[in-house]
Design a protein around this ligand. Structure first.
Ligand code: FE2
Length: 414
């Protein structure tokens, strides 16, 4: 495969990208636009970027909103309650069908790398069994990392530790946690020690739902970060949500930042989901209920955006388009300055890839997989301003998605 007239984020002008055997062979600067020849793919001066990444989603819960009841309070905790009702009716085929539908939504928007959390607080581990099959079946569209996610707790759910170990034995890729949901502070702390022990012993990555609350006293991030620091595992550890950081006072947060930098862990913020679920116990003024994305980013920490949900008990909307989340996130996190806008795609590409530990399996670099997306825009700024769509998605040298550009005609005087 040979792509011409590609605009890159990393170099001015137009480029040709030559691919061979599913890998990027050469990237060459063009002195002028080239006419597309048969067999070449014309990027038409649009951006060619590495595939978009979804670093935080719950594929086992896709398309379950309103089943059997809607989340009327809009809180995280009612979401967990409603999910508990739906979980009782789950079947293998039902989970697989919904997960595949979710993956198609993601692939239609140029996403090829996905990390999904899967609820393992279920003695039958039904959802995990389904998702392990989906991971293989969906390989032509996406690479899927599965997090063993203890939705109802490791310590406060009956048999929670044993279920986590079974899930990891069965082939989950990443160790999850939910310390703020455990019954006591002590259980939250011991759950973090347990999950870090599991990860270290098995050589696995960690992704913890951490402090997903407006409670300023929810301080498990410091526990997770310190564990990552002393074990030298920062590059393997992601803290998801950390919305309580938005409620911490600045004196505590400035001390915390020192630890976060020393630990060097990654962060995922899900801004649409968080602004929907958090702030629910406030009247006015209402907190935004998101973590300190801009501050983490300015401090040199790795932070990215995720969708979290596609039509589930926690969030009734969602269509798979991570650029919708980027747009909302830039608004919600006060990141609309030009310096942020001109490199905003980092938050849904390179930063997410780093959180997922994709290493040399990702990136528009000679020798790496020939996997990329053509966006209908010439720059990061234009991509987010125009809510650009992915026009082509190429995976290991094969086109896996193509979208016709939208045609609009104004009809003055009618
Ligand atoms: Fe989540």
């Amino acid at each position: 495969m040979h792509i011409v007239n590609a605009r890159l984020r990393t170099a001015p002008g137009l480029h040709s990208i030559f691919c061979q055997n599913g890998r990027i062979h050469r990237i060459i600067a063009q002195s002028e636009p080239l006419a597309a020849q048969p067999g070449t793919l014309d990027a038409s001066s649009n951006l060619v970027i590495p595939p978009l990444v979804e670093p935080h989603i719950h594929l086992d819960a896709v398309a379950t909103a309103g089943q059997p009841e809607w989340n009327r309070s809009g809180t995280l905790f009612e979401g967990i309650e409603r999910w508990g009702q739906r979980k009782a009716t789950i079947t293998h085929q039902d989970t697989k069908a919904r997960a595949h539908a979710g993956i198609r939504m993601l692939a239609e928007h140029g996403i090829q790398q996905v990390r999904t959390h899967v609820d393992v607080t279920d003695p039958t581990l039904a959802a995990l069994k389904a998702l392990l099959e989906v991971r293989d079946e969906a390989r032509s569209l996406i690479d899927l990392q599965i997090v063993a996610f203890p939705q109802e707790g490791i310590e406060s759910f009956e048999g929670g530790r044993a279920l986590m170990e079974r899930a990891l034995d069965m082939g989950a890729d990443v160790v999850g946690g939910i310390p703020h949901f455990e019954n006591t502070r002590e259980q939250g702390v011991s759950s973090v020690h347990f999950l870090m022990d599991q990860a270290e012993r098995r050589g696995l990555k960690v992704d913890v739902h951490c402090d997903e609350t407006d409670d300023p006293h929810s301080r498990f991030l410091e526990v997770l970060a310190e564990q990552a620091r002393v074990r030298g595992m920062g590059a393997m550890v992601t803290a998801s949500h950390t919305t309580a950081m938005g409620s911490y006072d600045n004196a505590y947060c400035s001390k915390l930042m020192r630890l976060l930098k020393a630990a060097n862990l990654s962060f995922v913020s899900c801004p649409t989901e968080s602004i929907h679920l958090q702030g629910r116990f406030d009247t006015f003024p209402k907190r935004r209920g998101v973590t300190r994305v801009a501050e983490l980013d300015r401090a040199g920490l790795n932070v990215c955006f995720g969708q979290d949900s596609l039509q589930d008990p926690w969030y009734p909307l969602g269509n798979g388009n991570i650029l919708r989340i980027l747009d909302a996130g830039l608004h919600i996190c006060h990141m609309m300055g030009y310096d942020d806008l001109r490199r905003c795609l980092d938050l849904v590409t390179d930063h997410s890839a780093r959180a997922l530990g994709l290493g040399e399996g990702y990136g528009l670099v000679e020798g790496r997989p020939a996997s990329f997306v053509i966006l209908e825009a010439a720059s990061d700024y234009e991509a987010v301003r125009t809510q650009a769509k992915a026009l082509w998605s190429v995976r290991n040298g094969e086109v896996i998605m193509q979208r016709a550009p939208q045609q609009v005609q104004l009809l003055p005087g009618r």
